[in-house]
Ligand binder design. Structure first.
Ligand code: ASP
Length: 316
């Protein structure tokens, strides 16, 4: 074991775990778990997981086939974080590249300029030899046209459609090394240049080997208001289990936003894993599915439910 902090926390040598958001992460978590089981590196496991979702055109909120912005352009946000060094790599509003998660991983190795947006991110990806790819599928284009026509017919200001999801993954490998990764096309019909929580450290993700990691999905504008992922990790650092930390952070931010007079908060869902490989999740929406696998628990889909203000997790 190379990680002294993990050793202090009593991590059993060889113990591994991986958790991902939404049902779309199922195949990716399965493959990522195989990497970890075979004593692979946590970065490879998370890249395998998130890349599979990015490559699948069926998922309309991540990577290829992601729904476009109001101008009909697919703009992607993604990030990678190393729980050992706390290094981050992130891209925002990236166009025309297939795997933003791999570009984010590469950016994580740089000394400076770790978070690039728009054209600068595209130039970096090109310099690094990543191939360009048109990420707009016919299906996504049709949905965009349909939405545009409906909005025009209503003659009101064009608002981002509320459908959105981010694939997030957190994991720990057999050496006690943790990491987190996120990837999304953000809100459908967003204003060009809009950046959500997913590439922002502390908001869409945060991980520290000494404690654990957390990732968020939901309305980026509201997740940012509470630096939700950082808050979950801080709670775990204070001794809470991943489940308690997720519940406390989601409930806290939800209540704070409601108290701010808005009626209801936007969608807030989080997953977390600690440095022992225990995991949890929480949400303020009716049902939030997630997928997990670890040395201790076989691959399974779970559903976090929000009932009467009390957030519980049940197995699907
Ligand atoms: N959080 C993402 C964003 O606001 C979308 C989502 O996860 O549903 O861009």
């Amino acid at each position: 074991m190379h990680n002294a902090a993990a050793e202090l926390m009593g991590v059993i040598n060889g113990m591994w775990g991986i958790i991902g958001t939404w049902e779309m992460a199922y195949e990716g978590v399965k493959e990522g778990a195989l990497v970890l089981k075979g004593q692979g590196h946590i970065f490879d496991a998370l890249e395998t997981c998130v890349r599979m979702v990015e490559d699948c055109s069926e998922y309309s909120s991540v990577g290829y086939g992601g729904l476009p912005n109001a101008a009909g352009v697919v703009e992607l946000d993604a990030a990678f974080m190393d729980g050992e060094t706390l290094s981050i790599g992130a891209v925002a509003a990236l166009k025309d590249f297939a795997n933003p998660c791999i570009i984010a991983r590469k950016l994580m190795t740089e000394k400076l300029n770790n978070f690039l947006a728009g054209e600068g991110a595209e130039q970096y990806a090109h310099r690094q030899g990543f191939p360009r790819k048109n990420m707009l599928t016919e299906k996504s284009k049709e949905q965009w046209l349909e939405h545009k026509e409906k909005e025009m017919a209503k003659r009101r200001e064009l608002n981002p459609y509320t459908g959105h999801d981010t694939v997030c993954a957190i994991g720990i490998d057999g050496t006690g090394h943790m990491a987190a990764c996120t990837s999304t096309s953000g809100l459908f019909y967003k204003t060009p240049g809009r950046v959500g929580d997913s590439p922002l450290p502390g908001c869409g993700y945060y991980v520290d080997n000494r404690i654990g990691g957390a990732c968020a999905t939901g309305l980026g504008e509201d997740i940012m208001k509470g630096a939700l992922s950082f808050q979950v990790v801080q709670y775990m650092g204070q001794g809470m289990s991943p489940q308690e930390a997720c519940n406390e952070a989601v409930k806290g931010l939800n209540d704070r936003l409601v108290a701010a007079g808005r009626g209801r908060a936007g969608d807030l869902s989080v997953i977390a894993m600690n440095a022992r490989g225990d995991f949890g999740a929480s949400t303020n929406i009716k049902a939030f599915p997630f997928v997990a696998a670890s040395e201790k628990q076989p691959l399974a889909t779970y559903i976090a439910k929000c009932e009467e203000g009390i957030v519980t997790v049940i197995k699907a």
